[in-house]
Design a protein around this ligand. Structure first.
Ligand SMILES: Nc1ncnc2c1ncn2[C@@H]1O[C@H](COP(=O)(O)OP(=O)(O)OP(=O)(O)O)[C@@H](O)[C@H]1O
Ligand SMILES: [Mg+2]
Length: 216
């Protein structure tokens, strides 16, 4: 079997896409977008079976709409939960690499929740609504480390607006968090955690911290 280098033991390309030329165009655009993946995760290979299945379901949903240029724009979300160093961010970028290699058009954004709050903080001559737009609109969003920053009312409002928008429009969102499942509601608020419960499959990453100590 041909193996896709972005995903272990599988080949995800949409070989039944309606237009092979268009498929190649989407793959080229996807590969170019890898420049935006942080260096540490640029080679991330998706090896988690549940995350692989999520990617497969989004590719299938994109193809099933029968568009001339099939795109990944609607479908289920994924909530990756695990303690520090269990591979959440690796898995998230592995999923982005797999989705952008599939031959479907896939616009994506990835940001940590803390960086998002920083980006949206009121600043002179910066329209925060314009800054927010790509994260609301993109086909696939990775929202990394939700619940890690200290929760203020303002942070909660940003979380709510973002998650509610993506919930209402059924836009695939991969959320990572190191908040244990039983504490999600208190960390994120009932409105956000209720929506996440419905929109996202919850996957717990187990094991210890995979970060190795560097040579001293
Ligand atoms: N499946 C994997 N295969 C190879 N390396 C991995 C895998 N998962 C994680 N790693 C590596 O282990 C380290 C920790 O992974 P990662 O940064 O994804 O953890 P995390 O769960 O996001 O941690 P944190 O909660 O601190 O953000 C990184 O160096 C990453 O490259
Ligand atoms: Mg991480």
């Amino acid at each position: 079997m041909t193996t896709d280098p972005t995903i272990t033991g599988a080949f995800l390309a949409a070989t039944d896409a309606p237009d092979p030329f268009q498929r190649e165009q989407s793959i080229d655009a996807g590969r170019r977008s890898w420049d935006r993946i942080p260096a540490h995760y640029r080679g991330a290979v998706l090896d988690h079976p549940d995350a692989q299945e999520w990617v497969r379901s989004l590719v299938a949903a994109g193809l099933s709409r029968g568009a001339m240029v099939p795109r990944i724009s609607r479908g289920p979300s994924l909530l990756l939960i695990g303690s520090t160093g269990t591979g959440k961010t690796h898995t998230a970028y592995g999923a982005i690499r797999a989705l952008t290699s599939s031959g479907l058009s896939c616009s994506w954004e990835a940001i940590t929740a803390a960086d998002l709050y920083g980006r949206l903080r009121p600043r002179h001559r910066v329209d925060s609504e314009v800054e927010f737009e790509p994260f609301l609109r993109c086909g696939v969003l990775v929202l990394d480390d939700l619940g890690a920053a200290k929760g203020s009312e303002w942070n909660e409002e940003i979380n709510y607006r973002l998650i509610n928008h993506r919930y209402e429009h059924e836009q695939p969102t991969l959320i990572t968090s190191n908040v244990p499942p039983k504490d999600l509601a208190s960390a994120l608020g009932e409105r956000v955690s209720s929506r996440l419960r419905e929109m996202a499959q919850r996957v717990v990453l187990r094991g210890g911290d995979r970060r190795k100590a560097g040579a001293a």
